[in-house]
Write a new protein. Structure first.
Length: 91
């Protein structure tokens, strides 16, 4: 479950890519973003050769977008997943 920590000013934070292409997010960054084990992260390309990342928060728009894509064996969201998604929503 995602939680919000108090604001911690962060500047440049570096990580190292492993041979498997994995990066461990530094603890200060995880704490700042409220990222816990099992949280999903969304990466977005910026168009300037960089990217942004943010914790994935499912809101009603995400649920409707998934429904608009049509059902699929791996894409169907259970009621439990919907309840968990609603619980992660930050208002």
């Amino acid at each position: 479950m995602r939680h919000i920590q108090s604001y911690i000013p962060l500047t440049d934070i570096e990580g190292t890519v492993s041979s498997k292409g994995q990066v461990t997010l530094p603890k200060a960054l995880r704490d700042h973003l409220g990222i816990l084990t099992g949280c999903r992260i969304r990466f977005s390309l910026t168009g300037h050769g960089g990217f942004q990342c943010e914790p994935v928060l499912y809101d009603l728009a995400d649920v409707w977008a998934k429904a608009d894509q049509g059902p699929g064996p791996a894409d169907v969201m259970s009621f439990k997943q919907m309840d968990e998604a609603k619980a992660r929503r930050v208002w």
